[in-house]
Every structure is written in structure tokens, then in C-alpha cells.
Design a protein around this ligand. Structure first.
Ligand code: FAD
Length: 184
């Protein structure tokens, strides 16, 4: 990974010395690093350019008085037990050649979205979360199921897809402002 120079000199002037790369990845967050690993495994000569002095992006840390505070992700979305076939996690680990056991994963026991007068509990069983929405927001459960169906059928690999805001999407499915805020 190469840190971009502060004063925006061209790569030809910097320590890259005009070296040619087949792929340039902007940003060393999770997405950039995962892309870099995949491209390297595919034999592509690639470079990751990062404007900060550390990689990780949002999944990072800050230091105060010599102590490091981890502000990165604590839960891995789409957890499945070892050996589960065809899941996003299984595919990703295979593509990145990371052994399942290296992550030392364990299922989340209990998480919650906590607002002053309402909370939605969830764990790795999605039907439990659905039942929580049905219990707290009975008038919105049909919209919730339609949204889930839309997300499941969405093809995230369409390059021509236009950027749409999450907030604008939620408005199409829900009337209840509290639920919209809790899902954001
Ligand atoms: C407090 C917190 C808790 C979270 N908890 C979880 C969790 O429990 N589970 C979960 O799944 N997710 C969690 N997330 C979300 C997860 O961290 C992010 O979805 C993920 O890190 C995003 O990765 P990314 O590579 O897409 O983007 P980013 O992490 O934003 O990385 C983008 C990188 O690109 C760099 N960059 C941008 N523009 C340029 C440029 N022009 N030139 C050079 N470099 C550039 C940035 O400096 C950055 O390093 C959490 C996020 C936060 C903030």
C-alpha cells in the first residue's frame, strides 16, 4: 500500500517513479484491501492508494495518551457456522483464502437497536428480528417484508446502477418515522 503524498505531486514525481500498474485501487478500507488481495491472487499488478497514514478506513482506531481505542466493526454481518455452503461469508473467505478458524468467530448472543421508547432486538436468526419488527410495528411488517425481498433480489453487481440514498428507499416502504430511523 502506498500513502498519497500530501502535496498532490503526480505519481511520476513520487517514489512510484512512473511504475506501471494494471489496477489502481483508491482507498485502503475493507473494500480496497479485499480488492487488493483478490487482484493479487489473480496475478494482477496492483497498487492501493490511501490518503491517511493508516489502512483500515472506517474500521480503524484512534490513540489518546498512548492508549489505542478500537472503533472498528465488532460484529460480522452474515455470520454462518463453519462449513455452511454458498453463504456470502463462506464465499468471501474462500476468495480471500482466509481460513474460517483464523477469525475465531462466535455467534452473537444478543444485540439491540435502542431508542428512548423502543428497542429492536436481534441475533443471527433473521426471523427473530422480523418477529421483533412485527411486535413493535405491526402496521409496518408488510412493508418490512417487501423491503427484505427487494434487497434479497437486488443485483449489487450492476455497474450502471444509480446511487440511491437509504433514507429515500426506506420512505417507499414505511410510514413510521421511528422505524425508519431505527433501521438507518
Ligand atoms: C463505529 C463503527 C462501527 C462499525 N461496526 C460495524 C460492525 O460491527 N459490523 C460491520 O459489518 N460493519 C461495521 N461498521 C461499518 C464498517 O466499518 C464499514 O462498512 C467498512 O469499514 C467500510 O469499508 P470501505 O472499504 O467500504 O470504506 P472505508 O472504510 O470508508 O474506506 C475508504 C478508504 O478510502 C480512503 N480514501 C477515500 N478517498 C480517497 C482518496 N481520494 N484517495 C485516497 N484514499 C481515499 C479513506 O481514507 C479510507 O481509508 C462500523 C463502522 C463504524 C464507523
Amino acid at each position: 500500500m502506498t500513502r498519497l503524498p500530501e502535496n498532490k505531486v503526480s505519481p511520476r514525481d513520487s517514489k512510484l517513479n512512473g511504475r506501471h500498474f494494471e489496477c489502481v485501487i483508491i482507498g485502503a478500507g475493507m473494500a480496497g484491501l479485499a480488492s487488493g488481495i483478490r487482484l493479487a491472487l489473480a496475478g494482477k499488478e496492483s497498487i492501493i492508494l490511501e490518503r491517511h497514514n493508516a489502512s483500515g478506513g472506517l474500521n480503524s482506531f484512534y490513540s489518546i495518551d498512548g492508549h489505542k481505542y478500537d472503533v472498528g466493526l465488532h460484529a460480522l454481518t452474515n455470520y454462518v457456522p463453519k462449513g455452511t455452503k454458498g453463504s456470502p461469508l463462506t464465499k468471501l473467505l474462500r476468495q480471500l483464502r482466509i481460513p474460517y478458524d483464523a477469525l475465531e468467530l462466535s455467534p452473537q448472543i444478543h444485540s439491540k437497536i435502542h431508542f428512548p421508547h423502543c428497542e429492536l432486538n436481534f441475533n443471527n436468526d433473521f426471523s427473530f428480528f422480523e418477529s421483533q419488527v412485527a411486535e413493535q410495528f405491526p402496521d409496518e411488517i408488510d412493508g418490512f417484508r417487501r423491503l427484505v425481498e427487494t434487497i434479497r433480489n437486488y443485483d449489487a453487481l450492476i455497474l450502471e446502477a444509480k446511487l440511491i440514498s437509504t433514507r429515500a428507499t426506506l420512505i417507499q416502504y414505511f410510514n413510521n418515522c421511528l422505524l425508519k430511523s431505527m433501521l438507518l
